[in-house]
Every structure is written in structure tokens, then in C-alpha cells.
Design a protein around this ligand. Structure first.
Ligand code: ZN
Length: 234
């Protein structure tokens, strides 16, 4: 019981600076999502919720992982023109990650970013390059789900049904553009998502289920944990 009561909270935001000071060599885990359209049936916070859920489950599996507040803004320029999308763009996102990593120096042994939005990849590559020049320990990981469809389709709908079913508007779910990404990549790059899918959906939510979402989450957590263990052996 005594052990329980002195155990530091594993959420950075819930801790006091005095507690954080006693943590020793912990790894700061930053969930990175987006605030962007996810079709007519999923909330704008979809990617952020997925990133946060993965990090929260990872923190349960490895006691030296401390959960930072979720960064809910990313690079979502391709979703411009859909109401509600808020993007800070690649350059600013890279800078935000760099500054957080620099600011975390001295408090933590390393930083692990867990990203759940594909559009953030370029910013993360740039932040990783800066971190290695600076000599900071930054590990960037992206959530991968096998056979995932591109956007607001079966994969993300299943994930949200597992995480926040009340936020899924099931009666609004409909198939979007189901062409493989390689076929629509050119139009996507030049005209954004709107030019290839008026509803914003790339994929088909049909068949999505909470059970499938749980399986996807469990698999992703295992793979992410493997990558963290490889880079930062316990
Ligand atoms: Zn998404």
C-alpha cells in the first residue's frame, strides 16, 4: 500500500515538478495526432485519440514511459477546404517537436514520439535530423495497422468504435474513394483530399467493429513496444 501511494503518476500533466524530479531516467512519450476532417462519421480528433490511446497502453507496459499531453495539431494541409480542419503545417510542426525535445533535456533520458497521422511524416523526418545534429535522443514511431485503408475507412472506424463509440456517427458512415493510394497520389498531392473524395473518406467503413479495433490496437502496441525496447533497452 505504501508503495502504491508514493508511486509517481505516469502522466506528465498530473505530476508535480517535485515528483518529476524524482523519476530518474524516464522516457517522455509524446502522442502526436491532428485536428482534421475524418469524413461525415468520425470526429476531427480521430488521429489524436488513436495516438493517445496507443501511448496510454504503452505506458502501462513499460514503467519508465511517461505520457506527455497529446499534441493535437499537425500538418493537415491536404484536408484544407473541409470545415473544422486546423493545420499548423510541416515547418511549424517540425519546429514544435524540436523545441519540445530541446526543452525536455535534463528532465528525461529520451523522447519517443508516437504519430498517428501520415501527413506529419515529413515534419518528423526533419525533427529527427535536427535531434541527431543536436545530440538529443529522439525516437519517432508511426502507428501502422496492417492492410489499413487510407483515411476514415474501415481501419480508423474500427479504432474509434473501440475507443469512443459514442463519437462514431454510424448512420453517416459511407464508402469514399476506394482506389489504391498509388492511383490517386498525384491528384491528392496537387488538389488535396477534396479533389479525390468529396466526403473526405478514402476507403470504406463497412465491416468496421470495436472488436477489430481492439485487435488493431493490441497489435500496434506490441510493435511499438518492440521498437522502443530496441532503441532504449530496459
Ligand atoms: Zn486519421
Amino acid at each position: 500500500m505504501v508503495g502504491e501511494s508514493i508511486r509517481a503518476p505516469r502522466r506528465l500533466a498530473d505530476a508535480t515538478t517535485k515528483e518529476a524530479d524524482r523519476w530518474g531516467p524516464v522516457l517522455l512519450m509524446l502522442p502526436l495526432g491532428s485536428t482534421e476532417q475524418h469524413g461525415p462519421h468520425l470526429p476531427l480528433s480521430t488521429d489524436s485519440m488513436v495516438a493517445e490511446a496507443l501511448c496510454s497502453r504503452l505506458a502501462d507496459r513499460r514503467p519508465d514511459l511517461v505520457l506527455a499531453p497529446t499534441l493535437a495539431f499537425g500538418a493537415s494541409g491536404e484536408h484544407q477546404g473541409f470545415a473544422g480542419t486546423l493545420s499548423i503545417g510541416t515547418e511549424v510542426l517540425a519546429r514544435v517537436i524540436t523545441e519540445l525535445v530541446r526543452s525536455a533535456r535534463g528532465s528525461v533520458a529520451g523522447v519517443v514520439v508516437v504519430n498517428a497521422h501520415g501527413g506529419n511524416a515529413e515534419a518528423l523526418r526533419s525533427a529527427s535530423a535536427t535531434a541527431s545534429t543536436d545530440g538529443d535522443d529522439l525516437l519517432v514511431l508511426s502507428a501502422h495497422f496492417p492492410e489499413a485503408d487510407a483515411h476514415a475507412g474501415r481501419t480508423e472506424t474500427s479504432l474509434l468504435l473501440a475507443l469512443a463509440p459514442s463519437l462514431v456517427r454510424q448512420d453517416e458512415a459511407m464508402a469514399g474513394n476506394t482506389a489504391p493510394l498509388s492511383e490517386i497520389a498525384h491528384d491528392l498531392r496537387h488538389g488535396g483530399v477534396r479533389s479525390v473524395s468529396p466526403t473526405g473518406v478514402l476507403g470504406d467503413p463497412a465491416g468496421a467493429s470495436a472488436q477489430e479495433g481492439e485487435v488493431l490496437l493490441a497489435g500496434a502496441v506490441d510493435r511499438l513496444l518492440g521498437s522502443i525496447d530496441e532503441r532504449f533497452p530496459r
